[in-house]
Design a protein around this ligand. Structure first.
Ligand code: KAL
Length: 255
């Protein structure tokens, strides 16, 4: 018996084989969950569809999280196939590249709003869309954050503000859906070289610093994040909600 045998899970945010969302999707399948995955656009579809097929995902659906109709269509499809949902994984973030470097003072109104919409509000929108399905089965919602939402890091800029909003949304959502038996938690992952991280400045320096200073003296892997996601998706964490759980080699405790 797997940890998630009999459970139905949907994962938002796979871009390629380095995605945290992909490590989580694989772990969920390994532990017996039925899986739905979404892709944000046609470019990503070319990578995501073959990956989804390779693990035997039941559903592969388009979803731009800015679009309420897309979100509605996804959960209508899940409802038709499964009638309920046990786990929703939100591993989605975006900010304009030119605002992920230099001074935070250069953040534009449009850039701020876009980063907040895709990286923070989308969790609320997905939670709202999935609520009737999750309520059916005392489901668990998991999102991905980064320590740059709590402390200032060079270049993270507007994304740090969005992660702060995301982490607080986890707490408000946890309170809102707790009476229905639904749990909401975040995993704050250490630096991982994903497609989102590619091409944004300062990654190597931060990862190097973690390897030097973190209690474990190394960086983490996607699989270690997936391990925490398995725990938060499974009944092992039935008493845990509103948490931001660090998977970061302990870096966040160092002053
Ligand atoms: C301090 C760190 C160094 C890196 C700085 C900023 C990282 C921001 C993450 C954000 C999600 C990146 C983007 O939105 C990039 C985007 O402008 C261009 N890329 C894309 O469109 C690709 C194709 C798609 C797949 O990407 C997205 N996002 O859709 C932070 C490091 C140490 C830790 C990281 C990388 C944290 C994090 O939030 O990802």
């Amino acid at each position: 018996m797997g940890l998630l045998t009999g459970k139905k899970a949907i994962v938002f945010g796979i871009a390629n084989e380095k995605s945290i969302a992909w490590a989580i999707a694989q772990a969920f399948r390994r532990e017996g969950a039925d899986l739905a995955v979404t892709y944000a656009n046609e470019t990503l579809a070319k990578r995501v569809i073959p990956l989804a097929e390779s693990v035997g995902a039941s559903l592969v659906l388009p979803c731009d999280v800015r679009d309420d109709d897309d979100i509605k269509a996804v959960f209508a499809r899940v409802e038709r196939s499964w009638g309920g949902l046990d786990t929703l994984v939100h591993s989605v973030a975006f900010a304009n590249k030119d605002e992920l470097k230099g001074s935070f003072l250069n953040t534009s109104r449009e850039g701020f709003s876009l980063a907040m919409d895709i990286s923070a509000y989308s969790l609320v929108a997905l939670a709202k869309g999935a609520h009737p399905l999750l309520k059916e089965r005392q489901g668990s919602i998991i999102t991905l954050s980064y320590y740059g939402g709590q402390k200032v890091f060079p270049n993270y800029n507007v994304m740090g503000v969005a992660k702060a909003a995301l982490e607080m949304s986890v707490r408000y959502l946890a309170e809102a859906v707790g009476p229905d038996g639904i749990r909401v938690n975040a995993i704050s992952a250490g630096p991982l070289k994903t497609l989102a991280a590619a091409g944004v400045g300062g990654f190597n320096q931060i990862a190097g610093h973690v390897a030097e200073k973190a209690p474990l003296r190394r960086n983490i892997s996607q699989d270690e994040v997936a391990g925490a996601a398995l725990y938060l998706a499974s009944d092992l964490s039935s008493g845990v909600t509103g948490e931001v759980h660090f998977v970061d080699s302990g870096y966040n405790i160092i002053g």
